[in-house]
Design a protein around this ligand. Structure first.
Ligand code: NAP
Length: 410
């Protein structure tokens, strides 16, 4: 089995993160990291998150040289483009970056700037850890049992954008084609889309999930799919997943069938149909650990799980290509325009995305310190409005004050 250690090169002269030919990410103590501040509440959450990240890094003699790059409304105002080529180049060149939320331009060239960035850099994994922090208000009885990491496929499925609008000549031709070639009957007044799920896309996603499970000492990897109905897309995802586990990870992982649910000290590899997954992550959350999912299933599941542990205000995300070394870590919520510039919202999502980035670098101590500071801050009932409205006796603070409180507790 190939594992890719992510190592930190202490005392390195270079300030750019690079990828060694062996596939190891080389992170100096003073990396240059491009960032997109983000639209709307980006102006509030970015400075807050950055302050905490800088303080935690400094504790271990590290200094990040943040390099602002433009995207979204700020880019459009300054350059006339929503996603300037320079920005994509900066992410390509520096390998790792971080971003706040971006407005999706209405009627613009891109369906979504986020999707565009993922596709341009082939960031095939959407990494979404979901865990509960003591004291965070939750709608479930045992939120402490939620500790899952979603590996969502990021490049194909219905997100490939292969859709034709009802009533167009193209839709008519495709409907006629599938009727003639395959005998498929599709109503004439249908919009029609294609859902590609490839062996390449599925296997690299599952490989990344299993490698993560090995690196982070996780107990199980579950393939979430709808293969009972969509046999050659979702079902194939499941089969390819098991193939990767068997062919490349048999020394450290074993499938449920091969061990009768008793994996010993190996990682248990299993699968679950999407609909029952949604029920069981609620009723038996401790049975789920790492979850590998196709794009749409992973999208739904990420938000549903985030709701169990405090909502999108604190849900982090990373988009990663483990082969090229590229990664863009991002707040998972949107621009919340009604709160923009009010210094009000929770900076947790962007901050925890930074923590995910630190973990990806191997800066585990700094990452752990931020988590501990977050737990202490919430335990002291110092929270932003979104938590304050759900907590008894909370002290509501501004976004920047929340960052202050965290830095004090670092
Ligand atoms: P949104 O910006 O995520 O906001 C929806 C609601 O979520 C807010 O009204 C607020 O709830 C809550 N929320 C979001 N961020 C929060 C934070 N940091 N702290 C506390 N609460 C937070 O979703 P939207 O209004 O549907 O989308 C607005 C714009 O964002 C659109 O242009 C959309 O395309 C874009 N978007 C971008 C991304 C991205 O860049 N990754 C993702 C999603 C949407 P309350 O009102 O209950 O307080």
């Amino acid at each position: 089995m190939l594992t890719r250690a992510v190592i930190t090169r202490l005392g390195c002269m270079s300030t750019k993160i690079t990828m060694a030919p062996t596939g190891v990410l080389l992170v100096p103590n003073d990396p240059i990291i491009p960032y997109i501040e983000g639209d709307g509440i980006g102006v509030d959450i970015w400075p807050a998150a950055r302050r905490v990240l800088d303080a935690a890094a400094a504790k271990y003699g590290r200094h990040i040289s943040w390099k602002e790059v433009l995207a979204g409304e700020k880019a459009f105002k300054e350059t006339g483009e929503w996603l300037p080529e320079e920005t994509v180049e900066a992410f390509r060149d520096h390998l790792i970056g971080i971003k706040g939320p971006l407005t999706t331009p209405v009627g613009g060239g891109f369906r979504s700037l986020n999707v565009a960035l993922r596709q341009l850099l082939d960031l095939y994994v959407c990494l979404r850890p979901v865990r509960w922090f003591a004291g965070v208000p939750s709608p479930v009885v045992h939120p402490e049992k939620v500790d899952m990491v979603i590996f969502r496929e990021n490049t194909e499925d219905v997100y490939a954008g292969l859709e034709l609008q009802e009533g167009t000549e193209e839709a008519r031709r495709l409907i006629a084609f599938v009727q003639e070639e395959f005998g498929w009957t599709v109503r004439a007044d249908s919009g029609i889309g294609i859902k590609p799920i490839s062996e390449t896309g599925s296997k690299r996603l599952v490989r990344a999930a299993l490698q993560y499970a090995v690196r982070r000492h996780r107990r199980s990897v579950t393939f979430m799919h709808k293969g009972n109905i969509q046999k050659f897309t979702e079902g194939a995802f499941r089969s390819w997943g098991y193939e990767v586990a068997r062919d490349e990870f048999s020394d450290v992982a074993v499938s449920w069938e091969d061990c009768d649910g008793q994996p010993g000290d190996k990682i248990l590899v299993k699968d679950a149909i999407a609909d029952i997954t949604f029920q069981q992550v609620l009723t038996r959350p401790d049975e789920f650990d790492v979850i590998a999912a196709t794009n749409l299933n992973g999208d739904y599941l990420s938000d549903a799980l985030a709701a169990q542990v405090g909502g999108i205000g604190i849900a982090p995300g990373g988009n990663i290509n483990y082969v090229t070394g590229h990664g863009v870590f991002e707040a998972t919520h949107g621009t919340a325009p009604k709160y923009a510039g009010q210094d009000k919202v929770n900076p947790g999502s962007l901050l925890l995305s930074g923590v995910l980035m630190f973990e990806h670098f191997g800066w585990q101590e700094a990452a752990d310190d931020i988590i501990a500071a977050l737990e202490r801050t919430i335990a002291d009932k110092i929270v932003t409005y979104d938590f304050a409205r759900l907590m008894e006796g909370a002290r509501e603070v501004r976004c920047s004050q929340f960052a202050d409180a965290m830095v004090e507790r670092l």
